[in-house]
Design a protein around this ligand. Structure first.
Ligand code: XIL
Length: 410
């Protein structure tokens, strides 16, 4: 073998090894692990203590490949956590928090100032602006301090807007006007650990244009007052066949992201309009609606993750709240994975695999390179990829030169 061919063989071997290594399958066998591989923070679910005694449920909930974040479905709401003035009851929400901690899942905390699920002492007292402001201060201070750094994020204000973009009437709005929102965020910021993400959270931001615009204005108005808001949570309670298109969902998420905040689907479910008559076609449509939502999050850089509002129909809030509707989750009530689960998983696998092809080409190990086609054209986060490509070529050239030098000295 001549020196030149030894040199060429060595170089080829080096290049092949790099490609073979990065072609290895990532450990992507669940929704959360695939989300991590796609560069997101979590795939999570709402849960509650009354589900904890169910071993099949627990098995899935604790699977770190499927879930990486839990949100207490009810136990942190005002009516449950401070049912009487000054009487805080943290037992149930502590159980959710400690379960998340024991599974190493993140905890999204939900929620502080909300018109619904209020205890009677809040909704029926005649407050003055000062006494109500003080009440909000005490509530938020006590609850946030109790959980401290256990909460990755807090939904500070929930559902403050009507579909037509006006402010929702509530005891808070009646007494304080829109000021209650800024006040809640100010108190939360003061007491929360600096790393805690503070969110405004609402539903139908994806489907009601005036509400969406009002939420954008709300974020801007907080920012113009110097009040820091870290994220907007979009609940994403969808109905099969009425879920907006992927283009529309991307545009919605991006509109908020452009304000400099994180975004997330915080309560995703896709309900059958009528469970009795849902056809095979509707089951397929549900799968494609779920994929559209998940894909929109992947396409928007500031979308940190997706939370489903329970993962099994066994514990979904939908049938109890919207009679006739249901079957909204990824698992059936008997814990069978639905076509929607497989569609989301398959989509994520495809997404991550395409990212890997790029990685193989550039010879890097990180997951920031995305070349998947998107409705907005190919994503262009290839800077780090080309940096790594340059790095790899320099490495190969350097090693080849070394080999050549050694051979020449022999
Ligand atoms: C729902 C819970 O899922 C139900 O168990 C409860 O009876 C009512 O509240 N928007 C929210 C959530 O922000 O807190 C709501 O959760 C669903 C709508």
């Amino acid at each position: 073998m001549t020196r030149i061919s030894i040199l060429l063989t060595t170089t080829t071997l080096l290049a092949t090894t790099t490609i073979a290594q990065s072609n290895r399958e990532p450990p992507s066998t669940g929704l959360h692990s695939l989300f991590l591989s796609a560069g997101k923070l979590y795939f999570g679910t709402a849960t509650e203590t009354n589900n904890f005694a169910d071993p099949t449920y627990q098995n899935i909930l604790s699977n770190p490949l499927e879930f990486g974040q839990l949100t207490p479905e009810n136990s942190q709401k005002w009516g449950l956590i401070q049912p009487q003035p000054g009487d805080f009851s943290f037992n149930a929400s502590d159980q959710v928090a400690s379960l998340a901690n024991s599974y190493n899942h993140l905890l999204r905390c939900h929620t502080l100032t909300w018109h619904s699920q209020l205890p009677p002492f809040v909704s029926s007292t005649s407050w003055t602006p000062d006494t109500l402001r003080q009440l909000i201060t005490t509530h938020i201070t006590s609850v946030i301090s109790h959980f401290g750094s256990a909460c990755y994020a807090w939904d500070v204000v929930n559902e403050a807007l009507n579909e037509n973009g006006t402010f929702r009437n509530s005891v808070f709005f009646e007494v304080l006007g829109e000021e209650y929102i800024a006040h809640s965020f100010e108190v939360a910021r003061e007491v929360a650990p600096p790393e805690t993400k503070l969110y405004y959270n609402d539903f139908n931001l994806e489907t009601a244009p005036e509400k969406q615009t009002a939420a954008v204005e709300l974020v801007k108005s907080l920012q113009s007052k110097g009040i820091k808001i870290d994220g907007v949570g979009l609940q994403a309670h969808f109905t099969v066949g009425q879920t907006p298109s992927v283009e529309s969902l991307i545009a919605t998420l991006q509109r908020f992201a452009d304000l400099g905040v994180d975004v997330a689907w915080t309560e995703l479910d896709v309900a059958q309009e009528d469970v009795e008559t849902a056809s095979e076609l509707a089951v397929e449509q549900q799968a494609s609606d779920y994929v559209v939502a998940v894909r929109a999050c992947l396409e928007v850089e500031r979308c940190v993750g997706v939370t489903v509002w329970q993962f099994t129909d066994r514990y979904s809030w939908v049938p109890g709240t919207f009679p006739g509707k249901g079957d909204a989750c990824l698992w059936t009530e008997n814990y069978q994975k639905k076509p929607a689960y497989w569609a989301v998983k398959g989509f994520l696998e495809g997404w991550v695999a395409r990212m890997n092809v790029t990685r193989a080409f550039v010879g890097g190990n990180e997951t920031t390179v995305r070349t998947v086609a998107s409705p907005r054209g190919p994503l262009t986060e290839v800077t780090s990829g080309s940096e790594r490509l340059k790095g790899s070529l320099v490495k190969v050239a350097f090693i080849s030169f070394g080999v050549w030098l050694v051979l020449n000295m022999m």
